[in-house]
Design a binder for this molecule. Structure first.
Ligand code: ATP
Ligand code: MG
Length: 348
């Protein structure tokens, strides 16, 4: 049912928390059905994740804001998750799920019995040749994530993949801006740079064409500062967020990391461009990793494409009682959490 109709009819409001358990911060955004049909932020929190202290961090998240539900959508990522863009023939929508295990055997580096599989038809006529997005995640990983969420007091109802959550957040915020009338949808790359990993999702319009995870990110910048300025990791982390006088001294080391990361990301652009014969036109950045002064500009130069931070809260309503200034200040780091909560539309 259309969300605004639900509200008009006095149906109980739905709520879903998108929970992004990052390597250094846990981000949670709760969405609900807004009165105008747009999803609306009803609570959010971002708390540091102490090493090894996930249960405490999840409890801290629950205390940091007034959530209306314990239902969460969260994500898995890393090497135990496989994403492939495959071609299948003669597959009907209704038969896709049953057909996946046979196909998956060719693409997934584990025994199909050991993985949860999902698939989505991207395009192609029913019964003809279709492009299908295939996702496989090791059951042990998914179960482990679910158990940890439950230990922290949440009720997992959706387990997604980081890169897709990023795409869903982008669709929510910007879909209305994307398709120029009569033209082809723009190709843009979403790049979320965290502490330990960088997620890339290349979209044509709002359709994902390519995803990849790269293991160069914010903590490599911190490591270069530790080395160049002979600081402890804790001091370097603090200094990084407010680098006053020694910016120039740290520059050479940081530039080296920027080049490593930029070149890794560029490899993904090159691959996409060779496969699809379309160019990545624009890069939208989220996550905390590129907030260090000058990093975004270095990336833009390296890519030779417009490269900007984007605000994933742009297309959302905000419920009364939510601190809007704090939400906007954190917004750049909330993209994945928002994209997870966007599953409110189809969550069980
Ligand atoms: N103001 C800032 N200036 C510089 N760096 C910052 C700033 N704020 C955050 N960072 C850096 O951003 C990184 C954390 O970003 P984020 O919260 O997106 O990571 P995460 O989601 O916890 O990690 P991951 O995605 O790798 O699991 C850290 O490396 C931190 O040093
Ligand atoms: Mg992250």
């Amino acid at each position: 049912m259309n969300p605004s109709l639900r509200t008009l009819l006095g149906a109980r409001r739905r709520y879903l928390i998108g929970l992004d358990v990052g390597a250094v911060r846990v981000k949670a955004v709760e969405l609900t059905d807004g009165a105008d049909g747009r999803p609306s932020v009803s609570a959010f929190a971002s708390v540091p994740l102490p090493a090894g202290g996930q249960t405490e961090a999840l409890e801290a998240v629950r205390k940091a804001a007034t959530f209306h539900t314990r239902r969460v959508a969260s994500a898995v990522s890393g090497r135990a998750v496989t994403v492939r863009y495959i071609t299948m023939s003669n597959v009907k929508e209704s038969e896709l799920k049953q057909a996946l295990p046979l196909e998956a055997d060719k693409y997934i580096p584990y025994d199909v019995e050991e993985v949860y599989l999902d698939g989505q038809r991207l395009e192609g006529a029913e019964g003809g040749e279709s492009k299908v997005l295939l996702v496989g995640a090791k059951k042990t990983l998914v179960q482990d994530v679910a158990t940890r969420l439950e230990a922290g007091g949440f009720l997992p109802v959706v387990i997604d993949v980081d890169a897709f959550a990023l795409g869903n957040a982008f669709a929510l915020a910007r879909e209305h801006l994307l398709v120029p009338e009569g033209g082809r949808p723009e190709v843009c790359a979403l790049v979320d740079v965290g502490a330990t990993k960088t997620n890339i999702n290349i979209l044509e319009g709002v359709t994902s064409r390519f995803t990849r995870e790269v293991y160069v990110a914010g903590q490599d910048v911190t490591a270069s500062i530790v080395k160049t300025l002979s600081m402890s990791p804790e001091d370097a982390e603090r200094w990084k967020c407010d680098p006053k006088d020694r910016l120039a001294e740290a520059a050479a080391g940081v530039q080296g990391v920027a080049e490593d990361l930029g070149n890794e990301i560029k490899l993904s652009f090159d691959y996409f461009e060779s496969q699809f014969e379309r160019e990545v036109q624009r890069v939208w950045v989220s996550g905390g990793g590129l907030r260090y002064p000058g990093l975004l500009e270095s990336m833009e130069k390296l890519f030779g494409k417009p490269t900007q931070f984007w605000d994933p809260t742009e297309g959302l309503g905000v419920e009364p009682g939510v601190d809007v200034a704090a939400l906007r200040a954190e917004a750049g780091s909330l993209a994945i959490a928002i994209g997870l909560a966007a599953r409110i539309a189809d969550a069980p």
